[in-house]
Design a protein around this ligand. Structure first.
Ligand SMILES: [Fe+2]
Length: 136
């Protein structure tokens, strides 16, 4: 199900919250492109956009975690890498089976829903680390 960005997903770091909002938009664009049935090329472009947006966003997060000597950095990087692997799998499925409602649902699952869980489980941890550091 498409979900709009909401303040409940905010971690309290303006630049990163803004990028998370953009990440939702890239996920929605990908979902809609799959359902538009304009063929594989349109979906390939939306996957490429999602990939480059995620790349930019993860670089911002990673630089931020490094700057604050976040101890969970290595594990967090592993999760970012796994995201790209799932995107590759989605693209493979697209090439083999073509766009479908099923593919659109899977795309939402590995982008939007992944992000929602990732924010709650992982991004909140480094945000708490930074806040604890600031008040120490
Ligand atoms: Fe992250």
């Amino acid at each position: 199900m498409l979900k709009d960005w909401s303040e409940v997903y905010a971690i309290g770091i303006a630049e990163i919250d803004e990028q998370h909002r953009g990440f939702f938009e890239a996920a929605h664009r990908l979902y809609e492109r799959i359902l538009d049935r304009e063929g594989r090329q349109a979906v390939v472009e939306a996957i490429a956009f999602m990939r480059s947006y995620a790349n930019l966003h993860f670089q911002t997060e990673e630089a931020f975690m490094r700057a604050h000597a976040y101890p969970g950095l290595a594990e967090h990087l592993r999760l970012h890498t796994a995201f790209f692997r799932r995107l590759d799998e989605l693209e493979n499925e697209l090439m083999i089976f073509g766009p479908s409602q099923d593919l659109a649902d899977r795309a939402l699952d590995i982008t939007q829903d992944w992000l929602i869980d990732h924010i709650a489980d992982e991004d909140m941890l480094y945000a708490l680390h930074v806040k604890a550091e600031a008040s120490a």
